[in-house]
Design a protein around this ligand. Structure first.
Ligand code: ADP
Length: 411
């Protein structure tokens, strides 16, 4: 006998036994879904409710009886036959399985020849006789105790795993920190040497004779500079993460900081025909670390440049309101989907919209590691401020644009 179109879910961690059951059921025209773990099986059942579930009791992630209890919690599976593969001679184990929601049993190993008839029995409403109420209540209490005990063990395991992960994470941070520090010295030597070559009178003569030499030297300097930026980004990030960032606060004219940052990117801005709308008039004096604030604005401006097409506009403005200063960097670029607004400030988080960038990241000496905004956030928060991003709305280039807002206390 067979039931065409009947869906049977087979959950068994042993792939040979799973495949054998699947094959025999298919030859009897059942539709079969298979899963190797309880969680996989639960997901399959929820997406496509089966007419009958066969589950091994010993599953890698959950006990088959717990799986039955989970499924019974969903009204769609209130009547679905759930057949456990287990040896049920032990009456206590058997009662506990019934109390958990199992409707019948198949002996382990499954007798493949008898299987179709056994299933037919369950499908046509046949069920194992229930135990007496008294036995069922006792079994239910025992099952509950077992589940709670397993939960406790699991919680302890998770806690231990968390401690181990935390330790690993710390080791990784220390490793990155040490590596970055170790790179600092040879790098500054490298920068020193390239500067020496650059300023050497012989080099000036040689460059006059050979133009390609200048290109090579400029390339060398740019690449070394880029490595230095990455190393500095990594070091600052780990200082921020470990709360060891040194802040030297002094009265700082923010308009001057902003002008310096813009000047630093003048060449790239010109090359990309990006117009920066900025006037130092009206920018106030704040008690901040000028170097760190320079880094924040440099990161925001270089991002605005990276993610705005050639010929676009970038606006830098300053306002005060309610004892706070607001510095706003707005661009007319590709924008950030609101669902990423919080996460762009996470370490190593990038939105992956690179195909929409007008220029490769490398052209701007940016780290490109997804650390820039995490650093900005760390620095701003260390000053008692806040930083966030908002959508701007469509501009005349039909791009959403981004704006980053820094809020700093005036006192
Ligand atoms: P990255 O070095 O990758 O630029 P950031 O931490 O500075 O790292 O930025 C994280 C991500 O946020 C970027 O990869 C980019 O996807 C997005 N982003 C930052 N600034 C802008 C902006 N002005 N316009 C659009 N996307 C931006």
């Amino acid at each position: 006998m067979s039931r065409i179109g009947y869906i049977i879910l087979v959950i068994d961690g042993n792939h040979i036994s799973r495949q054998l059951i699947e094959r025999i059921l298919k030859t009897h025209h059942y539709q079969v879904m298979t899963a190797a773990t309880a969680l996989e099986g639960i997901d399959l059942a929820r997406n496509n409710p089966p007419d009958l579930v066969i589950t091994d009791v010993d599953l890698p992630d959950m006990d088959g009886r717990e799986l039955a209890t989970t499924l019974r919690g969903d009204p769609r599976f209130a009547e679905t036959p759930i057949i456990a593969i287990m040896n049920y001679e032990d009456p206590v184990q058997r009662s506990m399985a019934l109390a958990a929601g199992v409707s019948g049993f198949l002996d382990k190993p499954v007798d493949l020849r008898a299987l179709p008839n056994q299933l037919e029995f369950f499908i046509s409403g046949g069920a194992i006789e229930k135990d007496s109420t008294h036995m069922m209540n006792a079994a239910r209490a025992r099952f509950l105790q077992e589940v709670v005990k397993r939960l406790e063990t699991r919680n302890r395991e998770i806690r231990e795993q968390n401690v181990a992960l935390e330790r690993l994470n710390q080791m990784k941070d220390t490793f990155i920190q040490l590596t970055a520090h170790e790179l600092r010295t040879p790098l500054s030597l490298l920068i020193g040497y390239t500067d020496l070559i650059h300023d050497h009178p012989e080099e000036t003569k040689a460059v006059q004779r050979d133009d390609s030499l200048r290109t090579l030297l400029d390339g060398l300097q740019t690449s070394v500079q880029r490595i230095q930026n990455i190393v500095e980004e990594v070091i600052t990030t780990s200082e921020i993460m470990t709360d060891t960032v040194h802040i030297r606060v002094s009265e700082t004219a923010m308009g001057i900081v902003a002008s310096n940052v813009i000047r630093m990117y003048q060449d790239a801005l010109q090359k990309r025909r990006l117009k920066v709308h900025f006037s130092p008039a009206g920018w106030g004096v704040l008690n901040v670390d000028d170097h760190l604030m320079h880094r924040v604005l440099a990161n925001l401006l270089s991002n605005a440049m990276k993610y705005t097409p050639d010929g676009g506009d970038i606006f830098l403005s300053y306002q005060t309101h309610d004892a706070h200063a607001y510095i706003i960097v707005r661009d007319t670029g590709i924008g950030i989907n609101p669902e990423h607004h919080q996460r762009v400030f996470d370490r190593f988080y990038t939105t992956g919209d690179i195909d929409r960038h007008t220029t490769s990241k490398t052209a701007f000496l940016g780290g490109g590691l997804g650390l820039g905004l995490a650093i900005c956030k760390g620095i701003v928060e260390a000053h008692g401020g806040k930083i966030w991003t908002e959508s701007v709305g469509e501009d005349h280039h039909n791009l959403p644009g981004s704006q980053f807002i820094i809020m700093l206390p005036l006192q």
